[in-house]
Design a protein around this ligand. Structure first.
Ligand code: ATP
Length: 216
């Protein structure tokens, strides 16, 4: 279990609070708006009304003691930047900041953010890839060059094994798992697994190789 300080309870912050709650994390939620603080109470360990750009207020929360601090303020970049920078100055071990523009991401990283979440961009990229072809069901970018795709088994693979197809050497991809329906996952299939037409694969590889394989 992690202890999390979540600052900013707009739609984004609320979704995060609800998911942290499902994951049994210990969350202190903060917002300047009293109504938003009251609404989140059922989902968090504690919640406080306050201005996160106030050093005295942030200091009173003991930010050093949280494993993660999340700055979920999106539109008000000034507040987001000041909060991020103050958190780091006060000794927060890990600050995740929300960006809504490329330039914001850059400044947040320069001013204390350890990591950035950029929801509009991240989701736009994911949706664009996912809906670029009928045979892609999901996509996760790992680095700018490597990704995991969930895709159907090509018809010419059906009835053959991973070894017979020389998946790694010929296509430069790794089959991480096979999915049968939505809930049945077979991780790390053996080299002699015989591909079926009704299964999906999770494949990992360099974007260029996967795009070539999927004929994107
Ligand atoms: P979302 O896009 O998540 O729906 P929003 O559009 O309502 O958010 P944002 O400006 O992104 O508004 O702010 C997110 C939340 O952060 C709001 O609930 C706002 O009250 C809170 N907030 C903004 N500035 C501060 C601050 N200085 N201290 C504490 N909370 C703040």
């Amino acid at each position: 279990m992690k202890s999390i300080l979540l600052i900013g309870l707009g739609r984004f912050g609320r979704h995060m609070a609800q998911k942290f709650n499902e994951l049994n994390q210990e969350v202190l939620a903060v917002d300047i708006d009293e109504e938003r603080v009251n609404d989140i109470l059922p989902f968090v360990t504690d919640a406080q009304i306050g201005d996160s750009t106030s050093e005295a207020f942030l200091s009173s929360l003991g930010v050093r003691n949280f494993d993660r601090c999340v700055v979920a303020i999106g539109d008000d970049f000034q507040s987001s930047l000041e909060t991020t920078s103050l958190l780091k100055d006060l000794g927060a071990p890990f600050v995740l900041a929300r960006a809504s523009r490329d330039v914001h991401a850059k400044f947040l990283l320069r001013n204390g953010a350890d990591a950035i979440i950029y929801p509009e961009k991240d989701m736009a990229v994911r949706a664009a890839v996912k809906y670029s072809a009928d045979n892609i069901f999901d996509y996760i970018s790992l680095t700018p060059d490597y990704s995991i795709y969930e895709t159907e088994v090509p018809v010419w693979w059906v009835g053959k094994t991973i070894v017979q197809l020389a998946v790694r050497t010929k296509y430069h991809i790794n089959v991480l798992a096979l999915k049968h329906g939505d809930n049945d996952m077979e991780p790390l299939p053996s080299p002699d697994h015989v591909f079926r037409g009704d299964e999906r694969m999770l494949i990992l590889g360099r974007n260029k190789d996967i795009e070539r394989f999927l004929q994107l």
